[in-house]
Design a protein around this ligand. Structure first.
Ligand SMILES: [Zn+2]
Length: 198
């Protein structure tokens, strides 16, 4: 027989399913939740539901938005530079540093055969279509610095062979294997300004 009630076990399992949360932390979080005033926990649950209901990927760039089309795609329509990132949160350091004024495109991952992520799991056809349809002149590949990012960049380069678009990638100032989302502003500014042709 388990020492913990079934509903508490279920809550721990939910926390343990979150990235970066081990079993021990999951249990600590679940117990913490139970000590909070009921109104706080209800607000938390409400915010979870609210986010799931309202936030969805932008149909043009796949970044998370609560509008039909995200503000960046709307306000920067017609821009000729497109920055390709792995996930929606990778846009944050660009916007925080203010270095880039163009459009974004969220690829939805990078190639990773070990994790079963192949080209068919990425938004590649949509990327190719956007580059062609919108007459993009520079494509900045900001997929991080890992072997997976490198092979993804190479595949995009091949996919766009014959398309007249300048391809660049961020300079190597970004530590190997680091998550772009957490890059500080200065590193981002340097990496962007030092971007090189593919
Ligand atoms: Zn968008």
């Amino acid at each position: 027989m388990s020492v913990e009630p079934e509903s508490l076990e279920a809550l721990i399992a939910e926390f343990a399913g979150l990235p970066g949360i081990g079993q021990k932390t999951a249990r600590r979080l679940a117990y913490h939740v139970l000590t909070r005033p009921k109104s706080d926990v209800e607000r938390f649950a409400g915010n979870l539901t609210n986010a799931i209901e309202k936030v969805h990927p932008c149909p043009q760039c796949h970044a998370f938005t609560d509008q039909d089309i995200c503000p960046t795609c709307t306000e920067r329509a017609g821009a000729k530079a497109l920055c390709v990132v792995e996930k929606s949160s990778d846009i944050i350091p660009f916007e925080r540093s203010g270095i880039f004024k163009g459009l974004y495109f969220v690829l939805g991952g990078v190639l990773s055969p070990l994790d079963g992520i192949g080209p068919e799991h990425l938004h590649l056809p949509q990327l190719a279509a956007r580059v062609k349809d919108e007459g993009i002149e520079e494509l900045v590949l900001a997929l991080g610095s890992s072997p997976e990012a490198d092979s993804t960049a190479l595949m995009i380069d091949r996919m766009l062979a014959g398309v007249n678009v300048k391809r660049t990638r961020l300079a190597r100032g970004i530590p190997m294997g680091s998550d772009l989302e957490f890059i500080d502003e200065v590193t981002m500014l340097r990496a962007f300004e030092g971007r090189v042709s593919l």
